[in-house]
Design a protein around this ligand. Structure first.
Ligand SMILES: Cc1cc2nc3c(=O)[nH]c(=O)nc-3n(C[C@H](O)[C@H](O)[C@H](O)COP(=O)(O)OP(=O)(O)OC[C@H]3O[C@@H](n4cnc5c(N)ncnc54)[C@H](O)[C@@H]3O)c2cc1C
Length: 603
């Protein structure tokens, strides 16, 4: 039996992004011993990349905003597959979470009278995103870290969880390796919170960082927890398309919130051509009204560029496919045009969108204050994840919680921009609180050494196979490439069946992956170990997407292009049935009458 270092905690948090840090702060504040593990360095979690802001109905810029409008917007955006109780909690609690962040030192942009400034974003009826220029995630991470460090939380950086440990059906910790020395470690805990983010690295074109290999999704699934809504992968409409080395990097929706418009190669604002019926009454009649909306005219309605991401992404896809795209396979996003309206436009753009200005200047040699950008859809966000209880964030496995992007329920079929950062705070806090409560009520389980030994043996497999084994980078590359082509923004049954066949073959090859070198900072080894997670989530996404025979939110089926009333009654729940994913329809959480009324009032 192996002898590895054992770290003892009441609550173990996996992930140091916004959700993980907020959960850790809350668990620690509840008086339990809290540890955080993160695959990368503190401060590097994906949350740091968030740009546009966090949605919270504070009503600082438009006093007509309140939790009811935010709730109804979130439900409409999610096409009513959301867990309505999560959407309600989120809308009600987000303002307090933002103000709390401010009290801990976050320096938000300000209104003229000194309140937190809020900006427009797609699908939000009123300006709602609290922000710090276009670097909101950086400020959020900085503030949470500063606050958390002083709570006595212990951090384990560059430490990757390989498997969750279970004792008698309950989660009792995790088994990990550290990147620096490549040594195994045991984390023994009374409760575990997964806050591992998304799965974007399963696709070729993505805005996501290297950490997003679906670890939390796969860990939970393999530990017997149910996943939900895995067919809903968000393709953000605006990623960079040129030069090739930067393809997929995000161009924040904030550009459109500040007045940026989308045009095809004929110069036409094509978004006016296709406005969904359920958004017609909220969308500008013409370009002038759209511009007035972005400048804060309360009598104007939003421009169609600020419709939900699923719709805008598909419209861009349509223009490109019809041969009306830009030279490098995207469309044009133009913020420079506002010089016709504002005398100091260039300075204004640099002030409002500093990262975008530098991103295009440095990576593409384009001055966005002078010329349009070229943009196209990029894999961005995972609506699906671990099924959790709305109040406590506990999964279907006792002692295992999930929050942030790796959790599911709040966003339904499509997430509104800005609703992730507030999700991290609202449900990160709840997960930390309820995990602490669970830990206080429960004794420590035993450490299942048979599970530890099996995980350690599996992890060392690639070294044993050595240079003769399959190249893990090649497998990862192939997976990303066909997932993009066959399970991407437009889906068809025959193509997804092909994807499943390819995944099955890659699984066999991944089991034979081999690497050379030693255990210290061995990238090949890390990639070989990530493959299992990437393949697991890719298969689950594909199976769920095949099962949902309709188009709704982020899922567009070319062979079932219409939304179906029948399918609107179900979420898809995925569990491990002896090594094969079992995809089952479960009824959408019923909306109680009082919340139904809120939705009706806001139509
Ligand atoms: C470019 C960009 C801009 C965005 N802008 C916005 C925005 O303006 N507003 C908004 O609401 N949303 C935005 N989003 C989405 C939002 O940033 C993410 O959904 C959110 O940050 C996810 O936070 P998280 O805490 O769930 O995960 P993360 O911040 O990704 O943290 C995950 C953590 O888990 C760790 N981890 C993962 N796997 C393991 C493992 N096996 N073992 C140990 N640790 C592990 C990672 O190291 C990391 O610390 C943006 C996304 C991108 C890509």
């Amino acid at each position: 039996m192996a002898d590895y270092p054992v770290h003892e905690y009441d609550v173990l948090i996996v992930g140091a992004g916004g959700a993980g840090l907020r959960a850790a702060i809350e668990a620690s504040a509840n008086g339990v011993k809290t540890g955080v593990v993160t695959k990368s360095l503190l401060g590097k979690a994906h949350t740091v990349m968030a740009e546009g802001g966090m949605a919270a109905a504070m009503g600082n810029v438009d006093d007509r905003d309140n939790w009811k409008v935010h709730f109804a917007d979130t439900m409409r955006g999610g096409q009513y597959l959301n867990n309505c109780h999560m959407a309600e909690l989120h809308a009600k609690e987000a303002p307090d979470r933002v103000r709390e962040l401010e009290a801990w030192g976050a320096m938000f942009d300000r209104t003229k009278d000194g309140r937190i400034l809020q900006r427009n974003f797609g699908g939000h009826r009123y300006p709602r995103l609290a922000h710090v220029g276009d670097r909101t995630g950086l400020e959020m991470i900085r503030t949470l870290q500063d606050h958390g460090i002083h709570q006595g939380i212990e951090f384990h950086m560059e430490t990757t969880i390989l498997t969750l440990l279970k004792d008698g059906g309950r989660c009792v910790g995790a088994f990990a390796y550290d990147r620096e020395r490549g040594r195994f470690q045991i984390f023994h805990a009374k409760a575990v919170v997964l806050a591992t983010g998304g799965i974007g690295r399963a696709f070729q074109v993505t805005s996501n960082s290297w950490e997003y290999t679906g670890d939390g999704h796969a860990l939970a699934y393999q530990a017997g927890a149910a996943l939900l809504d895995m067919e809903f992968v968000q393709f953000h409409p605006t990623g960079m398309v040129w030069p090739p080395s930067v393809k997929g990097i995000l161009v924040t929706e904030g550009v459109r919130g500040e007045g940026g418009v989308l045009r095809n190669k004929e110069g036409r604002r094509f978004m006016f051509d296709d406005i969904p019926a359920n958004y017609k009454s909220q969308t500008a009649e013409n370009e002038e009204e759209g511009w007035r909306y972005t400048q804060g005219d309360k009598n104007a309605r939003r421009p169609p560029e600020l419709l939900t991401r699923d719709h805008v992404a598909r419209c861009i896809n349509r223009e490109v496919k019809a041969g009306r795209g830009s030279p490098h396979g995207g469309v044009f996003l133009d913020i420079a045009w506002i010089k016709e309206k504002l005398p100091n436009a260039a300075e204004h753009i640099k002030k409002k969108l500093p990262s975008m200005y530098h991103q295009f200047k440095q990576l593409a040699d384009i001055d966005i204050t002078q010329v349009p950008m070229e943009v196209g859809p990029t894999t961005h966000y995972m609506m699906g994840g671990v099924q959790v209880d709305a109040e406590s964030q506990m999964s279907t496995v006792a002692g295992l919680f999930a929050a942030g992007e790796c959790g599911a329920g709040l966003h339904g079929a499509n997430r509104l921009g800005g609703n992730s950062l507030s999700d991290l705070l609202v449900f990160g806090k709840r997960a930390g609180e309820f995990a602490a409560k669970f830990a206080k009520q429960t004794g420590a389980g035993g450490i299942p050494m048979d599970q530890v030994d099996a995980a350690g043996k599996k992890a060392l497999g690639p070294f044993e196979r050595g240079a003769a084994g399959e190249n893990p980078f090649a497998i990862q590359h192939e997976l990303q490439s066909f997932m993009q082509d066959l399970v991407g923004i437009v889906r068809r049954e025959d193509e997804m069946q092909q994807a499943l066949e390819k995944i099955a073959k890659l699984k066999l090859r991944a089991a034979k992956a081999g690497i050379t070198g030693n255990r210290e900072y061995n990238n090949g080894w890390h990639t070989a170990m990530d493959l299992d997670n990437l393949l697991t989530v890719s298969e689950i996404v594909t199976r769920a997407a095949l099962e949902r025979k309709e188009s709704r939110g982020a899922q567009f089926r070319d062979d079932y292009p219409e939304k179906s009333e029948e399918w609107g009654k179900y979420n898809l729940r995925i569990t491990d049935a002896g090594g094969e994913p079992n995809v089952a329809r479960v009824p959408v959480v019923p909306i109680p009458d009082d919340l139904k009324q809120v939705i009706e009032e806001q139509k």
